[in-house]
Ligand binder design. Structure first.
Ligand code: PRP
Ligand code: URA
Length: 209
């Protein structure tokens, strides 16, 4: 079963409250998503392997630990996932960045794929799949399926806000994928928007309608 990590650190809660406010404009919304994504990296990468290394400080030699060479890929789901890339890549600067283009058909609510470009060695990497909103879970589940079809099996899903319906879908369809969220919200409305949510993440991030 997927493990759901709710990263409700006070700083994250505070910044997310401002993002949710309908009066928060695009510039601030974008900056806050950047900052929260950066804060989330701390927990998302908690189980990365380390190895012993020797370092010489100005005073003595010591044995310490550093990351043991695991390669990471950052894969935003277009469009809104793009808003999480800067924060995460600033802390994992060696990560390669792939892109998956999906949009949710407003009639059927089913995800439609329109783009995919992944690192050549994606199947050897830990992939952090990014999307601020996990609503029905259709987009994230399709994106995970897409990655698995290309041989990628080490995947973590990173969302800002999730609905219980979306989490349940990932748990059912991809029980091997752990989910990291800043907040678990209450339910979906009849248009599959997360309530209370923050509205349309892509529109608020990019200033479109
Ligand atoms: C939003 C969001 C997710 C998806 C979530 O994208 O960024 O990708 O909806 O909904 P789901 O869990 O029900 O699939 P949208 O389809 O609005 O596209 P956009 O990022 O281009 O705005
Ligand atoms: N996509 C969004 O951007 N917001 C929602 O609440 C649900 C899907």
């Amino acid at each position: 079963m997927s493990k759901v990590h709710v990263l409700n650190h006070p700083l994250i809660q505070h910044k997310l409250s401002i993002m949710r406010d309908k009066n928060t404009g695009t510039k601030e919304f974008r900056e806050l998503l950047d900052e929260i994504s950066m804060l989330m990296v701390y927990e998302v990468t908690r189980d990365l392997p380390t190895e012993e290394v020797e370092v010489e400080t100005p005073l003595a030699k010591m044995k310490t630990r550093s990351l043991s060479g695991i390669s990471i890929g950052i894969v935003p789901i277009l469009r809104a996932g793009l808003g999480m890339v800067n924060g995460i890549s600033s802390l994992i600067p060696n990560a390669k960045i792939g892109h998956i283009g999906l949009y949710r058909d407003p009639e059927t609510l089913e995800p439609v794929e329109y783009y995919c470009k992944l690192p050549l060695d994606a199947e050897q990497r830990l992939l952090l799949l990014l999307d601020p909103m996990l609503a029905t879970g259709g987009s994230a589940s399709a994106a995970i399926g897409f990655l698995k079809n290309r041989g990628c099996h080490n995947i973590k899903l990173v969302n800002l806000i999730a609905a219980p319906e979306g989490v349940a879908r990932i748990e059912k369809e991809h029980p091997d994928v752990n989910i990291y969220v800043a907040a678990m919200d209450e339910y979906l409305d009849e248009h599959a928007y997360i309530l209370p949510g923050l509205g349309d993440a892509g529109d608020r991030l990019f200033g479109t309608k």
